[in-house]
Ligand binder design. Structure first.
Ligand code: AKG
Ligand code: FE2
Length: 309
């Protein structure tokens, strides 16, 4: 078992050093190539099988313990993430031809029909009592992050620069007024970040809450995500690896979502496009649907969202 532990430790160190997203290791570990090439003891077949089983069981346990509720700290290269994703059962998208639009939703009905089937679905009235639709803008976030300074916990939160080249949330919130306002000749901007600093979450959540339609027993993830930026930009086509489905409310502006089934479901499922407008909340399993977004012309798009179980 010492040898097993040593190999496992080396694997984790090597994986981390080569840029593999830590949360992604448990699913990565299920991949066949990885087992054959790296870990199997080169002895008898039975011995190999037993050792491989022990290693995988230990790896799963060890990694699950290590990374449960931890934010990803190192991004797994996009192509690797795609290559090592286990194949999906296409039932989640087989019958999906359009995106239902609901209001006045009963949480029990939502749980029964929509919450865990992968979506997508739009709820049109989840933000009606939220003041975020009024108060949130670029300057609001800049002010909050300036007030709380460069805190260690905020600096550890994930940040997605997309095509801007910004290195972190502080750099992203330090743009000139002309650029923020998309004045002629200015570079466009769009970025997203997770809000894992409890103090800042507390401030932001004064302006929005847990969407009323979520299943009564489900827990909203304590880490919220914000995506903000202007027309012509958005997130590139990708699939997530966070395990849970999520909601995202459009607080300002409008954004188009382009959804693609995973490649193994191309023959059974449709591609979808849906526009999420101010006040709408989209719910979908971003671990199953590949997704790309595109901010539509008009107001700067601001969304907030989270995963739920
Ligand atoms: O809102 C966006 O632009 C991207 C969102 C996304 O990728 C996600 O919620 O998983
Ligand atoms: Fe995503």
């Amino acid at each position: 078992m010492d040898e097993v532990n040593e190999k496992l430790k080396n694997f984790i160190i090597n994986s981390t050093a080569s840029g593999i997203k830590l949360n992604c290791l448990p699913s990565f570990s299920r991949h066949r190539e990885w087992k054959r090439d790296n870990l199997c003891y080169k002895g008898s077949r039975l011995y190999q099988a037993i050792i491989a089983f022990l290693i995988l069981a230990a790896a799963r346990h060890y990694l699950d313990e290590l990374f449960t509720n931890e934010d990803c700290t190192i991004e797994m290269p996009h192509q690797l993430q795609k290559a090592f994703r286990p194949p999906e059962n296409c039932n989640f998208c087989r019958e999906v031809r359009h995106v239902p639009r609901l209001s006045n939703v009963n949480p029990d009905e939502f749980e029964r029909i929509y919450a865990y089937t992968g979506g997508p679905v739009i709820v049109a009235d989840a933000t009606v009592n939220w003041t975020a639709t009024k108060y949130f803008d670029y300057w609001f976030f800049k002010d909050v992050y300036q007030t709380y300074g460069r805190r260690k916990s905020a600096a550890r939160c994930q940040f997605f620069p997309y095509r801007t080249g910004f290195r972190n949330i502080y750099e992203a919130l330090n743009l000139s007024e002309a650029r923020v306002n998309y004045e002629p000749g200015q570079e466009p901007w769009y970025f997203g970040w997770s809000n894992c600093d409890p103090e800042i979450v507390k401030v932001l959540r004064q302006h929005y809450g847990r969407p009323y339609f979520l299943p009564r027993a489900s827990e909203n993830n304590p880490v919220d995500w914000v995506f903000m930026g202007g027309t012509g930009l958005g997130a590139h086509m990708h699939v997530d690896n966070v395990r849970l489905p999520s909601w995202q409310s459009q607080l300002k502006g409008a954004k188009e979502w382009i959804l693609a089934p995973p490649p193994e479901c191309y023959y059974s499922c449709n591609f979808l496009t849906v526009v999420v407008r101010t006040g709408d909340t989209i719910v979908l399993d971003t671990n199953k649907w590949y997704h790309r977004t595109n901010v539509l012309s008009g107001e700067i798009s601001i969304t907030v969202g989270a995963e739920y179980d």
